[in-house]
Design a protein around this ligand. Sequence first.
Ligand code: AVI
Length: 343
Amino acid sequence: MSATIAVAPGLAAAGLSKSVPSLSQELVGEVLRGLTRRGQKTLPASWLYDAIGSALFEVITLLPEYGLTRADAGLLERKADEIVAAGSPGAIVELGSGSGTKTRFLLEAAVRQQSPTSLGYFPIDISSAALESCAKVLAAIEDVAIQPIEASYLEGIRAAVSRRRGRERLMLLFLGSTIGNLSPAEAAGFLRAIRRLLQPGDTMLIGADLVKPEARLLRAYDDPTGVTAAFNLNLLGRINRELGGDFCLARFRHEASWNPKRSRVEMHLRSLEAQRVRIAAFDLEIAFRAEETIWTESSYKFEAGEIPALAARAGWHTVSQWIDYDWGFAETLLAVPRIAKHG
Ligand code: AVI
């Protein structure tokens, strides 16, 4: 998967050289700003998903300690017919192209319930490789017209909307609790922006991981096999590979902690000693104190009722919710109401 999260603009002020043309300049700017800020150092979570990071994330989804993806897929498999009946989509638009496994249940249910016309499926991703592999996995489903869109989420939704056939309804999929990697303010802004691009009756299915005991969460984000640690440390490896950094990965440790006040798991990389790291692309040396951390990701966990409340603040109406109580995961189907109360 590749998470596309809005990044802060403007590189000129940061004085970045043009030596990294293949990378998103906005993202590179975020790396620079995050590592040079005065207080808590940060790296953008979207930087986790290069080819190596995406492959490590696929392995995370197989770990016995990380039940999130299995709970999401299991719920979709069991409830696909109900979900599709509640949204009656003529086309399905997926934010992130995923591995295809989860989407298959919904596409097959939609085809079963569909009139003779074929079902449109628009996976949206910034990675062409991810789109290609998703199209390959799902190609065998009959009566589905797969139309990949290589774009950011909002741009991609605009493109899918422009290809709407007549008055057909769109169903957007935002699965895997990717919403949990946004802050509450970002999530509300994102849901509002999406709602404004759609028509009354269009729907959106959101998968969200629920709050669970701390020990269970920490095992999921700091697994004994060390896959999540490798996923997190790969951020530094990526800076070395793509920006000419000289991070020594053994001098940093992966950490996951639960912040109960904010209801989020935080991933950090802790510097094990005082050290200086050079990044050639920025022509810069960055100093780390012993024990200082780089905050790399937040993964918010929700109470089931929080998703409808968040959606209502963004002008959506909740149609229905399905919950897996074993792991703690919710699928919530939202719809664009006839008259939105919130701009
Ligand atoms: C993609 N996202 C929902 C994952 C999560 O659980 O927040 C990313 C992840 N980070 C560590 N493990 C998995």
